[in-house]
Design a protein around this ligand. Structure first.
Ligand SMILES: NC(=O)c1ccc[n+]([C@@H]2O[C@H](COP(=O)([O-])OP(=O)(O)OC[C@H]3O[C@@H](n4cnc5c(N)ncnc54)[C@H](OP(=O)(O)O)[C@@H]3O)[C@@H](O)[C@H]2O)c1
Length: 283
């Protein structure tokens, strides 16, 4: 049976770091502040916003929430630009899903990279691709790396397969893994023989948003599997993209859903906010 990777434990370590730094900043009169623009009434998003606010409070990070349900692209751009320009806001996040026809990259372009704590501005992704400092990676992608590092899983020279090529998860996670010298393959909905490609992986990262997509037939015995997927089921519970019943018996380690990548993502987002506040003080 595989080891279940405890995301909450990894998150607790990231939170500790953030809380210590937030305390130092507050003692100096700076209150690290994260502003979230919420353009949707989606229940999953509302749950995520509440969990960020709750964790932020514990860490000494102040939250600002702006509901803008049904707003046009122009309004989203105007609000994000205003939050980004505010001296007392250190991190800016635009929640999704956005109204039909509006892309996150298009509106997030106005968030200054120094406050773009979820790496949504295309400039942030560009800097990541170019190997330049001065921008944050998307928090979920960074959380995957945080988990692999916390469990001392070696990456240099390892074959890693990423399932999913979105701008928020698949692509940035692949770039972060490349920077750690892994040999990275990216799969997507047009990949032929997904199972065969996945079976070549020492580390398999899955971010497709398809419950049960990855079964034991996709996993090489002894591989490490990171399940980023979060899919709501009809009974209101949360499941990943990986079928634990068939993968757990053969993988060396697996991140559970819930309790895997999710809590680490929130912790990384808040650590980024605290870092942004510290950087603003001592640029
Ligand atoms: N835990 C967290 O903190 C966190 C944060 C963000 C997202 N998530 C979850 O992660 C999952 C992915 O999110 P996302 O925003 O990246 O989703 P997305 O934008 O919908 O992208 C999904 C990706 O998966 C690929 N895909 C879909 N079906 C596939 C299949 N049958 N075989 C191979 N590839 C397939 C798609 O391929 P194409 O490009 O060809 O369409 C696409 O690249 C979702 O469940 C989301 O809820 C979790």
């Amino acid at each position: 049976m595989s080891e279940l990777i405890d995301g909450r434990q990894v998150a607790a370590r990231v939170q500790e770091q953030a809380a210590r730094e937030a305390e130092r900043l507050r003692a100096d009169g700076v209150v690290p502040t994260l502003a979230q623009l919420v353009p949707t009434e989606d229940e999953g998003t509302a749950w995520y916003v509440r969990s960020i606010v709750r964790t932020a409070k514990r860490l000494g990070v102040q939250s600002r929430i702006e509901p803008v349900v049904g707003a046009s692209a122009a309004v989203l751009v105007e609000r994000l630009a205003a939050l980004s320009a505010a001296d007392d806001v250190h991190g800016v996040l635009c929640q999704t899903p956005l109204p039909a026809g509006i892309s996150l990259a298009e509106v997030a372009e106005v968030i200054t990279p120094a406050k773009d704590v979820d790496g949504a501005n295309p400039t942030s992704l560009g800097r990541l691709a170019a190997g330049l400092d001065g921008a944050f990676a998307p928090a979920t992608a960074a959380a995957v790396l945080e988990i692999l590092q916390a469990y001392d899983l070696p990456l240099a020279g390892r074959r890693v397969v990423v399932v999913g090529r979105s701008t928020v998860v698949g692509k940035p996670v692949a770039l972060l893994l490349l920077a750690r010298h892994a040999t990275v393959t990216i799969c997507h909905s047009r990949t032929t023989d997904l199972a065969e490609v996945c079976r070549s992986a020492d580390v398999l990262v899955v971010a497709a948003g398809r419950p049960g997509l990855i079964t034991g037939a996709h996993v090489r015995p002894g591989a490490v599997v990171v399940d980023v997927g979060t899919n709501a089921t009809e009974d209101g519970s949360l499941v990943g993209d990986v079928d634990p019943a068939t993968v757990e018996p053969i993988a060396a380690a697996l991140t559970p859903v819930p309790g895997g990548v999710g809590p680490v993502t929130t912790a990384v987002l808040l650590r980024n906010t605290v870092k942004a506040a510290a950087d603003a003080r001592h640029p």
